[in-house]
Design a protein around this ligand. Structure first.
Ligand code: NAD
Ligand code: DAU
Length: 362
């Protein structure tokens, strides 16, 4: 297995970290085809280093996972033994303002991939032996927790936003393809990731960059909503382990054992910035400190109150556990954003879109 892997959404945040992780950290000797539509969240430059270093072993294809014809061609041409499916519309706020793309990509796109894998893999003499379709999903499918308890793999689905509902639908489809057709599917439901290449609409990178620019730091509602934070590389390691050692047909919850109220995350970012880029030397802040930029704003509609993951199954069965503490992960993240001004500027100004339009036609 793992000779030729299709990674969908590999130009996004977690997908690009995953491709880098597989090439650099696992001893992988095969080829990766990265299929990505390059929506606003996809930036092929996230993998510029990998493209240079791995040459023909890394292939980028600009395209839509809803495109059956393209999927059929790619499966035929590359004879994939593994699919790692990340592509999605991923931002909850955007799903509230415009759910359509979420339904298209997250539900129809996942269906197109499953169906192509079924038609291609199950039609060959060996069937789906040695193949694996891993579907990357979210803890948000489980809904919202009260003050106690954690999400287990057996927690009933109760999604609340168009985003989480579309991910729930895709999980059900993936499971159905295992039960009905015997497609070798695994699923992971993970908590909030953070780290390098995180698109700055999400809380952590948004707060880092707004703070450096002296802009308000928006905290929704009372800021006491709780998320369970996981450093992105730990998520990549979990997915790799599930693909290689996980039991077919199974779901694995992945989490950071790191419950934090949003306001404490924001304060933690301010403290890290004071250490690595003090407000006193930042002209954009005048006489203010980073903490002084915090601004409570209108809450997100239907805002889930608390998420927490019970990851005892993946720990017990596959020996995975988070390895990076929040303090260490946040330091790495803040330092990365400070050191990668070119990437930040091109994403913040939209410059990278012009570059994509020029270089990636389809
Ligand atoms: P992202 O928004 O950063 O990246 C998504 C990528 O998918 C982008 O490169 C985009 O161009 C691509 N894409 C979107 N629509 C496409 C389409 N129709 N065809 C092909 N490519 C398309 O998202 P992310 O944060 O990296 O999340 C990746 C996956 O992990 C998603 O499935 C998400 O639901 C899941 N997940 C994310 C988190 C998190 O904290 N970010 C946590 C758990 C699970
Ligand atoms: O739990 C996993 C999910 O985590 C993934 O499935 C999603 O793809 C990913 O986007 C993330 O969803 P969240 O909605 O939790 O992430 P976000 O960064 O948007 O928000 C984190 C928390 O911070 C959430 O409670 C909302 C709050 N928030 C967010 C933003 C953007 C703010 O208070 N202010 C903000 O400006």
């Amino acid at each position: 297995m793992n000779k030729t892997m299709l990674v969908t959404g590999g130009a996004g945040f977690i997908g690009s970290n995953f491709i880098r992780y597989v090439f650099e950290r696992t001893g992988f000797k095969g080829k990766i085809v990265n299929l990505d539509k390059l929506t606003y969240a996809g930036n092929p430059e996230n993998l510029a280093d990998i493209r240079k270093k791995y040459g023909e072993r890394y292939v980028f294809v600009k395209g839509d996972i809803c495109d059956f014809k393209l999927l059929g061609q790619l499966f035929k041409k590359h004879n994939f033994d593994t699919v790692a499916h990340f592509a999605a519309e991923s931002h909850v706020d955007r799903s509230i303002f415009g759910p359509k793309d979420f339904i298209e990509t997250n539900i129809h796109g996942t269906f197109a991939l499953l169906e192509t894998a079924r038609q291609t893999w199950l039609a060959t003499p060996g069937g789906a032996k040695g193949k694996r379709f891993h579907h990357v999903s979210t803890d948000e499918v489980y809904g919202s927790l009260g003050k106690t308890g954690k999400f287990k793999e057996t927690t009933p689905y109760d999604p609340r936003s168009p985003y989480s509902s579309s991910k729930a639908a895709s999980d059900h489809l993936a499971r159905a393809y295992f039960h009905t057709y015997g497609l070798p599917v695994t699923i992971s439901n993970c908590s909030n990731n953070y780290g390098p290449y995180h698109f700055p609409e999400k809380l952590i990178p948004l707060i880092i960059l707004n703070a450096l620019e002296g802009k308000p730091l928006p905290v929704y509602g009372d800021g006491l909503q709780v998320r369970d934070w996981l450093y992105v590389e730990d998520h990549c390691a979990a997915i790799w382990r599930i693909i290689n050692k996980g039991r077919v047909g199974e779901t694995y919850n992945v989490g950071g054992n790191c419950e934090m109220a949003n306001i404490d995350v924001v304060k933690g970012i301010c403290a890290a910035l004071e250490k690595f880029s003090p407000s006193a030397g930042n002209a954009a802040l005048g006489s203010k400190k980073y903490l002084g930029l915090i601004k409570y704003v209108k809450d997100r509609p239907g805002h889930d109150r608390r998420y927490a993951i019970d990851f005892s199954k993946i720990k017990r069965e596959l020996g995975w556990r988070p390895s990076v503490t929040f303090k260490e992960g946040l330091t790495r993240t803040v330092v990365w954003y400070l050191a990668n001004g070119v990437w930040v500027r091109s994403v913040r100004t939209g410059e990278y879109r012009k570059w994509i339009d020029k270089n990636y036609k389809r």
